[in-house]
Design a binder for this molecule. Sequence first.
Ligand SMILES: [Fe+2]
Length: 193
Amino acid sequence: MTMTRRSLLTSLATVPVLSLGPPPALAQGKRLALTPECSGVAHRTIANPEGPYFRPSSPLKRDLAADVGRGDRIFLGGFVRDEACRPVPGALIELWHADDDGRYDNVGFKLRGHQFSNEHGMWWFATIVPAAYWTRTRHYHFKVQRPNDRVLTTQLYFPGEQQNQRDREFDARLLMRITKFEDQPLGRFDFVI
Ligand SMILES: [Fe+2]
């Protein structure tokens, strides 16, 4: 992976932050600063079902795409903030998801891993786009936890998926914003905990 942490940080910092509601800078078409000043209150990210495939004790891992060697690659990333829009460093971000056949690894830890948000509250993974399966639209599972605080269990979704409206767990408040980073899609989401 040629990408540096700083270059992705720069990219994330210039992506409009929709999950916090459109701040004035976005309405004016301006790019946001590295740590956006959000006036007002950020809404806590909502919980969404854990599903049946969570496995505890996932490894510390950033490149989940390397687990499978196939599938469309994507970066996932954003910031962790509190309700006063302050960055939350050191938050646990745990990710698990299906492969491009819609299957989970329930024996090992393929497409399962965790990271900690950095000093800016930033988190990111390199992984693949999962397939939809059974009644489920395309989604990622996450657990997000500030040090010594309660765990937020939720899911993130892709915009524009036909199956979104037929999935009973789907919630539009958990849509990623898809942009580009180094010719690959980047799914952006900021967790508020
Ligand atoms: Fe799932």
